[in-house]
Design a protein around this ligand. Structure first.
Ligand code: GAL
Length: 652
């Protein structure tokens, strides 16, 4: 079975609507509903008084309809009574202001009262539903990531620091507290980052984010252990969310969930949404070691910064199948039914305000049918390992959000996405590896390392061994600069990678946004330049003019059986795509399928080739042999014709 469904909030609706829900879910081929995510005040209307009757009926009704349930613990939104009884468990911002209820995610994960209440409600749900026949998985909490800087958090932070650094001398050294007279002589002097006169200490900020990641994890583990004890056979997960504000290191968390579940909301209304979808799917598959689940996306909405954008016909289907092609165990949405009120009242749903007589519901019905026919064909099949990997490192992202860096617009995810996009446009399948989490770099022919600002000696050594053994390594600027605690590696940038790359960078030249300049090979670049000295590497392209005219911009170092390239500048999308494609060709990387016309995306999963035509015109895709339409069973011959905006799943 592929999971198809999403967040379901029957507590917002009267019984007759709940009856209709199951009828419509069956019509759409929904296989799973996530229930109870924000239902704490309905489940426990007063402290210690539980009302499970409505949830019993919901689960029974879904079960009778053949629909499985991802049952959530509601701990992302404590009820008002909890807030009033435990003001000390409400989060405090960097400015010292303590929040109150009225929205969601209002709790301090370190507060004993919150932790106790969360464990208790999880235990009550476990006691009642752990063996309910509808239960497919537990969905703990929702999108961990809300932080707090209160005194309780401060105490927990200090304990975490003591465990990490051992003694104050080590911490003082790691945080460079000799700068601006910040030397600590007692653990009690250390605070979470709070409002400061000017720039805070970047090492303190980074350690705080690492602490938060561990603290959220321990909140998750509290609940997981309670749920696990009630029935060890039910998988347990929580939905990961990406965002600059989220202090969760998902690569490090992944081992603690039974199935990596990811929420993904593209924010580019144009072709960028397809590229974001591919990126999110590849990254999630990396976290999940091959398997994962799209837990939430918006059925009919791309929320750009300023406005909502309704998806064009076919886009819901292409995006959803795109996640499945990239290994997801299904496609799930926020949300089933569009609410009548509340903060997200216009957020899209499979059943919109207009009702089931609507384009989005009709498309969902078709998608449900498609997923049903694909389910047995993808069962147990993950996409094959790619031949190229990209690195992802949450702490480098966090470190590059600090103030005091050489440019204010450094964009870690932007750099990784750009490299992914370049490979995506060249039809090259990409995996992710996580330096610092695992030193296993797999059997990749090529690894691309954008903005890996922090790197440990062990992680750097793994890259050295990789190149020595014949790997093709492409390192982007701002990599290898600092040790994991943000202390700069001396002797010239890019610190940890200087030797493998055979270069030494003595000066950075960040450029104003919008600047574009040429390299000697005709490539275009912007935003960043460096004064690079070669020390074993040869120059692939140099800066064409300006103060760095003639100096190396892109270099290559043959090293052992492999090669290491250095990109000291921010190439434009086209130039980066050209460079990466030529390195990939040299590394012997093959596209998933040769000869695919440009708007068509191809992904392989098990025996199936997923073809997505993101363009308007019909496209002809040469197949490697006679193919069969995996949905209809019809023979396709050796050329697949994919309608504009359409898709085709082919068994070859
Ligand atoms: C998710 C969240 C959902 C809903 C959705 C709206 O991040 O988990 O509850 O708020 O965003 O896009």
């Amino acid at each position: 079975m592929l999971f198809f469904g999403g967040d379901y909030n029957p507590e917002q609706w009267p019984e007759e609507v709940r009856d209709e829900d199951v009828v419509l879910m069956r019509q759409a081929g929904v296989t799973i509903a996530t229930v109870g995510v924000f239902a704490w005040s309905n489940l426990e209307p007063e402290p210690g008084r539980y009302d499970f009757g409505w949830l019993d009926r919901v689960l029974d009704r879904l079960h009778d309809g053949g629909i499985r349930v991802a049952l959530a613990t509601p701990t992302a939104s404590p009820p008002p009574w909890f807030t009033l009884a435990h003001p000390e468990a409400m989060p405090v911002g960097a400015d010292g202001v303590r929040l109150t209820h009225g929205s969601r995610d209002t709790y301090c994960v370190s507060a004993p009262a919150y932790r106790e209440a969360a464990r208790t409600i999880a235990a009550k749900l476990a006691e009642r539903y752990a063996r309910h026949p509808a239960l497919a998985m537990w969905h703990v909490h929702n999108e961990y990531g809300t932080d707090c800087r209160c005194d309780t958090t401060a105490s927990a932070f200090r304990l975490w620091l003591e465990k990490k650094h051992g003694d104050l001398d080590t911490l003082n050294e790691a945080w460079t507290t000799a700068f601006w007279s910040q030397r600590y002589s007692d653990w009690a002097q250390i605070m979470p980052p709070r409002a400061t006169q000017y720039l805070p200490n970047p090492a303190q900020v980074l350690d705080f984010r690492r602490f938060l990641s561990d603290e959220f994890l321990s909140g998750y583990l509290d609940q997981r252990d309670v749920l696990r004890a009630a029935n060890p056979d039910v998988p347990i997960t929580t939905n990961f969310v990406q965002g600059g504000w989220v202090s969760v290191d998902h690569a490090r968390w992944a081992a603690e969930v039974d199935l990596v579940a990811v929420d993904h909301y593209p924010d580019d209304a144009g072709a960028g949404a397809e590229e974001e979808t591919a990126f999110a799917g590849d990254l999630a598959r990396g976290w999940g070691g091959g398997s994962w689940l799209l837990m939430e996306t918006a059925p009919n909405l791309i929320y750009t910064r300023a406005r909502m954008h309704a998806k064009e016909p076919g886009r819901l289907t292409r995006h959803s199948l795109g996640y499945v092609a990239r290994g997801s165990a299904g496609a799930m949405y926020f949300q089933w039914r569009q609410p009548r009120g509340g903060a997200e009242l216009f957020h899209s749903a499979l059943v919109p305000h207009a009702g089931p007589d609507s384009p989005v519901f009709r498309e969902a019905v078709g998608l449900g049918r498609t997923l049903k026919s694909l389910a047995p064909q993808v069962a147990g099949a993950a996409p094959p390992a790619a031949q190229i990997a990209l690195t992802w490192d949450a702490p480098s992202w966090w470190a590059l959000q600090a103030g005091g860096l050489p440019a204010a617009d450094l964009d870690y995810p932007g750099a990784v996405r750009q490299a992914h996009r370049a490979l995506f446009r060249s039809k090259l399948q990409t995996d992710f590896v996580f330096p610092g989490v695992s030193t296993d770099l797999g059997n990749y022919r090529m690894i691309v390392v954008p903005h890996l600002y922090l790197v440990s000696d062990e992680a750097a050594a793994a890259f050295r061994d990789y190149v020595a053994a014949g790997g093709h390594l492409v390192v982007g600027y701002l990599s290898g600069i600092a040790e994991p605690d943000t202390r700069i590696r001396l002797g010239g940038y890019p610190g940890a990678f200087r030797e493998i790359l055979g270069v030494r960078v003595v000066e950075w030249h960040p450029r104003p946004p919008g600047t574009e300049f040429a390299l000697s090979d005709g490539s275009l670049a912007g935003r960043w330049q460096e004064r690079v000295e070669t020390a074993g590497a040869s120059t692939v392209a140099s800066y064409a003019d300006g103060v760095l005219a003639g100096a190396p911009a892109i270099t290559r170092h043959r090293c052992g059986a492999g090669s290491a390239w250095y990109l000291s500048t921010a190439l434009t999308d086209d130039s980066l795509a050209r460079l990466l494609a030529s390195i990939a060709a040299e590394a012997g990387v093959e596209p998933v399928l040769p000869g695919v016309p440009s708007p068509v995306e191809v992904v392989r999963r098990g025996p199936l080739l997923f073809l997505f035509n993101h363009g308007i015109a019909t496209a002809a895709v040469p197949l490697p042999g006679p193919g069969v339409n995996a949905v209809t069973g019809r023979d396709l011959g050796s050329v697949a014709t994919v309608q504009g905006g359409g898709f085709l799943v082919v068994r070859v």
